[in-house]
Design a protein around this ligand. Structure first.
Ligand code: KG4
Ligand code: ZN
Length: 383
């Protein structure tokens, strides 16, 4: 079967087509991994660079402009077009599509609305079943996609190398920081979560303090390469169980910067970057990144000790692109447990991961959604 997947939860408009034969989970036949036929992502980063962050109304408008061309490009990329009557331009071959998948939660309301309204309309128009997919589920399932770009990272595609259950997933994105245990496909238990900010949000806010461009994660990672990670001592929050907190770390960096440049705490934070040298910025970036990685991986280590039957660690979400996190996780855990990351091109938001998540929903026997009744939710837990 072929699945057209659509993603528009934040500031990326994306469509992808995946192909495969979902085997019902009650069957003893092994499940072959699906194949990716096309993946198109149009990012709004260039629009939001000048604002230093996403403006939800602008994001929704940009999705509206991009979504139909992006879907068409996904058909073209997959070779699923046919000659149309009078026009010389090929048209999308809907006969070849068996299902549609779309992100319906969590995300920006206006952004989600564009993707889901498009998917609902196409589902009704072409009479295709519609699968409403949770965004974090998609991030986790990005680890079941091909990983051609990171040769050094052990990961999926070849089914002998797919993550094995039970697994622990560390989901690190702009909106979430969670440890999720999966005993099998589509079985999720949140065993740790952030009590305040997400780690990606913390990266973005600290980048702003340091005057580094949006999006903050990649900017901090780049600046950190020239910095001393031990220059500034930042606190590790003492949060009980497997939960996280990142708001204190953000404030700790702010106070350390104020101290470094010798200004009072009332000094406007948006003016601090002007007082920092390039080297100081690099040292703050490296010290923060080291601390963020340590906070995440210390909790993961604690979770592993509580769940000794864990067979794979699956790191997912935009922050999983972080090289320091990848290398440190491999160094700490890969001698005992297989560590998986998505290919770099599937770490951030994309639709290929939505298609794969839908594929495994179908394999698990989860029923499609009524396109007339699909709800969007700005926030909701994975289930
Ligand atoms: O998953 P994602 O693309 O969107 C959400 O679902 O939130 O994650 C975006 C987050 C942003 O906070 C961004 O700064 C962060 O991922 N990010 C990174 C890196 N690349 C993206 N954080 C650290 N290092 C990176 N290389
Ligand atoms: Zn995301």
């Amino acid at each position: 079967m072929k699945i057209l997947a659509i993603e528009s939860s934040c500031d990326e408009t994306a469509a992808a087509i995946i192909a495969g034969e979902p085997v019902n989970s009650t069957s003893s036949a092994p499940q072959a991994m699906p194949e990716l036929l096309s993946s198109v992502v149009v990012s709004q980063i260039d629009i939001f660079k000048s604002y230093g962050g996403v403006i939800p109304e602008v994001a929704a408008r940009s999705h509206l402009e991009a979504i139909l061309p992006v879907i068409h490009q996904a058909f073209v990329g997959a070779g699923l077009t046919k000659k149309s009557g009078n026009s010389s331009a090929p048209e999308d071959d809907w006969d070849q599509i068996d299902a549609i998948a779309v992100t319906h939660t969590p995300g920006l309301l206006g952004s989600l609305l564009i993707g889901t309204l498009t998917a609902r309309t196409l589902s009704i128009l072409h009479d295709k079943p519609l699968y409403a997919i949770h965004h974090l589920k998609s991030h986790i399932y990005a680890n079941w996609l091909p990983s051609t770009d990171d040769k050094t990272i052990e990961t999926s595609y070849d089914s002998t190398k797919a993550p094995e259950f039970p697994l622990l997933s560390l989901v690190v994105s702009g909106g979430h920081t969670q440890i999720i245990r999966m005993s099998e496909h589509n079985n999720f238990e949140i065993i740790g979560t952030t009590l305040d900010d997400a780690v990606g949000e913390c990266y973005d806010k600290i980048a702003k303090i340091l005057g580094l461009p949006y999006p903050g994660g990649p900017s901090i990672a780049a600046a950190a390469k020239n910095g001393n990670p031990d220059k500034y001592k930042l606190p590790i929050p003492q949060i009980k169980d497997l939960d996280f907190s990142f708001s204190g770390l953000k404030t700790a960096v702010l106070r350390a910067v104020q101290k470094e440049v010798n200004v009072p705490i009332s000094y406007p934070s948006y003016k601090l970057a002007e007082l920092l040298s390039t080297q100081q910025k690099a040292d703050f970036a490296a010290s923060f990144q080291k601390t963020a990685t340590k906070i995440l991986l210390d909790k993961l280590a604690k979770a592993l000790s509580q769940y000794p039957d864990t067979r794979s660690i699956v790191i997912a979400g935009g922050v999983s692109a972080n090289e320091d996190l990848r290398n440190t996780a491999l160094a700490r855990f890969s001698n005992k447990t297989k560590v998986f990351f998505p290919a770099l091109k599937f770490a951030g938001d994309n639709a290929a991961m939505v298609g794969v998540a839908a594929f495994y929903e179908i394999a698990s026997g989860i029923k499609p959604t009524d396109p007339y009744k699909l709800n969007i939710m700005p926030r909701s837990e994975i289930c």
